[in-house]
Design a protein around this ligand. Structure first.
Ligand code: ACO
Length: 324
């Protein structure tokens, strides 16, 4: 059976930096509180013209360039996003339009692990030989979805995008995956209004329902437990031990969640990649941004084994083990 292999990764973050000190002027918070509780020092904020599709498109161009491919070489586009340009058309279709190619294109929305879910779908389609070369774009314009008066959420998130090009290969590849979810816990992390349940109205605006609502402490508790569980399950499936892993690249939501997950798995800190201080939580985009940075810095090299893991709104969680 062929493998789905990552041919290239590209990422794009907006130029505009919003520091914790800038946030002190927006809500009642402090650099000390944000750093201590989350590990975040600054985040990127998209400019007026940079929607999720534009951020994603910019990262896709970089991934294509690195793979030495033309947009016409792409057979399918999957876009993983929680912050689409609009309800429809899908952001993946808008990106196909920007790339000026006619291909099947659609979105996946599964909270922060959307990237893990989308990689699993891409892997299935490639292994089944239905598609050969897939562009997977992960993109988030979270700053547009935040309530900038809610200090418990607005300090945590940032904007950014990353793209993967996956192709059929005889060498590994994605080795194993594990996905799970629990829809009964969805109320703990949600964006309440603007859908068919609570269409946008004067009432929903007055009640500030157009923003991320999160019960942080509860989310934290589940995140640590399910991220560690996902890693254990995916390693079991791959017949690997934590020591076989060269890099653990977790979703960048909170440094304390990352540290606790690594500790539970007994993976030393030197093998865990962290960039949350620079970008905050970029949801579905965070893992790809991290991987791209690691490749650019020559930290992640061909042939190394990588474990990626995420947890988020849904709740959803999951992990993937792959050889780069
Ligand atoms: N500045 C100062 N004080 C604040 C801030 C702030 N920005 N935000 C909250 N506080 C206050 C609270 O009001 C509270 O005050 P009180 O004790 O007087 O009521 C106090 O700080 C403690 O608040 P907690 O929420 O209990 O703080 P906690 O230690 O849990 O940290 C945090 C909060 C950082 C949100 C943490 O719970 C967390 O990271 N949770 C998980 C987030 C996550 O992983 N999300 C998943 C992915 S996101 C996705 O899928 C879209």
């Amino acid at each position: 059976m062929p493998y789905a292999k990552i041919l290239s990764i590209g990422s794009y973050v907006p130029e505009n930096i919003l520091t914790n000190y800038d946030l002190e002027r927006i809500v009642e918070t402090s650099d000390e509180w944000i750093t201590e509780r989350s590990g975040i020092k600054e985040r990127r904020i998209a400019s007026k013209d940079e929607t999720a599709s534009i951020l994603g498109y910019k990262s896709a161009l970089k991934a294509l360039q690195k793979a030495n491919l033309d947009p016409k070489d792409i057979d399918l586009i999957i876009c993983a996003t929680n912050t689409p340009d609009m309800q429809f058309p899908a952001t993946g279709c808008l990106i196909a339009g920007l790339l000026n190619i006619r291909v099947p294109c659609f979105d996946i929305q599964a909270g922060c692990p959307s990237v893990i879910y989308a990689l699993e779908i891409a892997r299935g389609l490639i292994e089944a030989k239905l598609y050969k070369t897939i562009l997977l774009v992960t993109t988030e314009a979270l700053s547009r979805y935040l309530d900038w008066t809610d200090r418990s959420t607005c300090v945590l998130f940032g904007d950014g995008a990353s793209s993967f090009i996956l192709t059929r290969s005889n060498e590994p590849g994605i080795i194993s995956s594990y996905l799970s979810g629990d829809g009964n816990l969805g109320d703990l992390l949600k964006f309440p209004a603007g859908g068919s349940k609570e269409p946008a109205s004067i009432y929903t605006i007055k009640n500030k329902e157009h923003g991320i609502r999160m019960q942080g402490r509860e989310v934290f508790r589940y995140a640590v437990s399910y991220m560690a569980e996902s890693c254990i399950k995916v390693l079991e499936k791959a017949n690997m031990k934590p020591e076989d892993i060269d890099w653990l690249v977790p979703h960048q939501a909170n440094i304390r969640i990352i540290d606790a997950t690594a500790e539970k798995l007994n993976i030393p800190k030197e093998k865990v990649y962290v960039n949350i201080h620079k970008y905050g939580n970029t949801s579905a985009a965070s893992i790809g941004i991290a991987l791209d940075e690691m490749i650019e810095a020559n930290l992640l090299k061909r042939g190394q084994n990588v474990l990626i893991v995420s947890f988020g709104a849904g709740f959803t969680w999951g992990a993937i083990a792959f050889r780069y």
